[in-house]
Every structure is written in structure tokens, then in C-alpha cells.
Write a protein that binds this ligand. Sequence first.
Ligand code: FPP
Ligand code: ZN
Length: 474
Amino acid sequence: MTEREKTKAQYILKLLGRKRNPIYTVSSATSLNSAASKATASDFEDISDLENIMLESAFNPEFHFNPIDPPIKDGYKSQTTISQEETELSILETYIKNPELILNTPRHLQFVMEALYGTFPGLYPLDANHPWMVYWLINSFKLFTGDERLDQDTIELVNEKISHCIVDDGKGGIAGGANQLGHIASTYAGILSLVDVGNYRLLNKLRRNLYGWFMSLKLPNGSFAVHENGESDVRSCYCVLVIGSLLNILTPELTDGIQDYLDLCQTYEGGFAGVPNTEAHGGYSFCALASYFILNNDVEKIKKSIHLDSLIEWTTQRQGSIEGGLSGRTNKLVDACYSFWIGALFPMLEVLTDSKELFDRDGLYHYILRVAQESKNGGFRDKPGKSVDFYHTNYSLCGLSVCEHLIKLKDDYANDDVPLAYKLDAAIPHKDDIHKFPQLFNVDKYTVPINPIFGIPVEAVDACRDHFIKLDSE
Ligand code: FPP
Ligand code: ZN
């Protein structure tokens, strides 16, 4: 028996040991590698029929992703390694409990729309996150349906909820709640919500005022304070770039020095930190790489600015071999929200390297549908043991979209002034890839394609950009 098979066996035994006492023995004649991938009644003694069915489904040989591939183990025991092992076990248990690869779309739609039409929480900390909640909910809705079911009531509801938070027609940005100070992050969430529902009239009213506000927050190092006297980091740079480019108000004065600032934030690990000389993190790495895609019109220019090989290495190491899902930083746990923050880095890196597959799509797909999804009552959660919330629901669905659609540079990609961020589109996969991830070939996908730079549907990004470019050229 190889070391790999032994590790695999230990995991199965440990898992079953937690479920029952005494620990079941794996029949010694069987190769544990195949016990792991086929695990059926004959491999274990005295297991009830129900558990047999669950085991068979959890290790369904038709699935490409095998959640019990052995992990790379750290010999040194610490709180970190202990919680990693506990998390792996609880995820394996969840895989066994949830054998189906099915999204309960109607239940999630109900969860999202009831919340959007309901009263938002007024208590700390959610009282300062109202535009965020609108964005997570309306974007989740759009990921399922595109524009098909977006009705006038919903458009007006989003308009009303965001309008409560707008400060002085945008001269003070958009705040997290009524009568609060404008903040760049809640402005980003509010603007994306209006873009999702196509409220260009209101966006047009705000955009020049927002420009003045952004310039007032610009710092000598190229970044932006998140509000008057607030902190600054790659998040604020990304938010300004997203809003500025979608609303066609990006000027050289606004972008001045941003790329130099981003360059300082790539760390020795390869990922990006929020501010120079701190730890690489998925959220900030997303903001940084997406910013390069808005600032540059050419792949080669980005490659000159960043250390691509180490970013690829760090990003690919975020996927857990047992979990299938993604973590946000070295030695931390898998979490469904990184299905987007890290997940969206893969299509960007695939575009930069012209490579096909930098992550195990199937593994992430399984984590989202079988571990993060709460199919009975709707919504998605970080990991087993956590409750569902709007944040994890939106970013799990964005991750699902990343899994379901291949993103490529548009065919008419040319070396013009258009930022790379707008040259991305969903592509038809090559027939040879069908074995790796058959869902790419499904005609009926669960989600619409998102633009990985913005986290909203490709169609919403293109419509908004086209609207303001056209308006400004009239
Ligand atoms: C660590 O949380 C989280 C951070 C250090 C920041 C994360 C940043 C983002 C998610 C990006 C935000 C982007 C915009 C556009 C506003 P933790 O320590 O609880 O989680 P961890 O253990 O997974 O690192
Ligand atoms: Zn999370």
C-alpha cells in the first residue's frame, strides 16, 4: 500500500469513526485507493443501507472530483492544523450527506427575493451595509435569470433602497445607511446594484459628482481614502476603477499612480496584500488583478508589471484537495466566498497565460453545490456549521458562474484603447474538455456568465459601458 493510499484510508476511517463507534475496518484485501473512489458496502462492515447509499453517492465514480484525495500534511500539530483537519472531516461528512449535484434554483430565488422585498436589519453591523445587501441580493437574482424576470417593481425597489443612502446627489458618495458618511465600498455596492437593474438615468445624475468626490479622496501614493480621513488600500483603488470605468469618468488624473501603488502590494508569496508590506489575501488579490485589467488594454503590459508565476502558484494553492473549495490565504480554511474572490482570479490568469485550466472546476463546483448550498431553505454558507447569509449566497453563485462558463478574450480583441476588462466574454469550450468538466457543455446552465473583473453579468457590464460611451460621444 502506498503512502497516498494510507493517507486516504486514514481519512475514511477517521470519518467513519466519528460517525460510529467502534471504528469500522476496511477489508484488507482491497486497495484503499479503490476503496476510496468506489467505497461501497463490501468495503465496510456492518453499515446500514442508508449509509451505504450515501457512501456510494459521495464517492460516485462518475464524478471527476474525488473529495478524498489525500492532502499534503503538515507534520507539526498546531491550532491551525487541528482546525484544518476538523474542517476536512466535517466537509467529508457533508459530501456524504449531500450526494446530489443539483441547484435548488426556485428555493434560492425565493430566499433572495423575500429578503430584498423585506425590511433590512437596522442593527450593527448590518445597518451600515444596506447597499451591500441590495447588491448581493439583486446580483444573486440576476445570476439565475439574467434580465428575463427583472420587473419594474424590483427596479424601483432597488432604486429606492439605494437612494436612501446617496449623500448630496453623490457629492459625498453613497453611505452604508441613511444619514451616514459616504464610503467608497458602499458606493461601489450601490453603483453595481444600479448597473444590475440598468438605472442609467440615476447613474448619469450621480457620475460627475462622484468624480469630484473621488478626486477629493485621492492620496499622494495613488490610492484613495475610503472616506474623509479613512484608511486606503487596494480595495478603494479597485472600487474607484470599477465605478469610473463603467460610468466613463476615468481620467488620467483619477488613475494617476494607482498601478505603482498596486505593484507595491504584491508579496513574496505571490498574492497581493491590502497595503504594502502586509499579508497576501484573496480579497485583495482579486481587487489588485481586476484593477490591472481595468488599467491596461494589453496582456503584455500587465505581465510586465506583476510577477505572474508566483501569483499563479499562490492562487492555485488556494484550492483544497479534500474540500474542493478555496481558501483566502496560506494556512487558512476553505470558505465559499472565495469561490469568487479567488475563483475569479482563475479566468483572469487563464487569459493572461492563454492556458486552459488553472483550477479544478469540478472540485469547486462540488463544494458550492454539495457543501455551501443550503438546498432546503435556500441560500449558501461559508462552510458546514455556519449559517447562510446574503454575502456568501452572492459570492457562491458568482463562483458557480466561474465554474460553468469559460471566459476568453473576445474574438475581435485588438490592441486599441479599450481596457482588457471589457474584452472578456463567455467562450464555447473545446470538445476535448468534455471529460474534465461536462457542465461546461450543458445547454441549460444554472447561471449566466459573469464578467470576472466586475462580478456582475457580462451583459450588464457591456450594456452600461456602451450606454455611457454612446452618451458621451453624442
Ligand atoms: C480576512 O478575513 C479578510 C480580509 C483581510 C479582507 C478581505 C477582503 C475582501 C473580501 C475584498 C473586499 C472587496 C471589495 C470590493 C470591498 P478573515 O480573517 O475573517 O478570513 P480568512 O481566515 O479567510 O482570511
Ligand atoms: Zn466567507
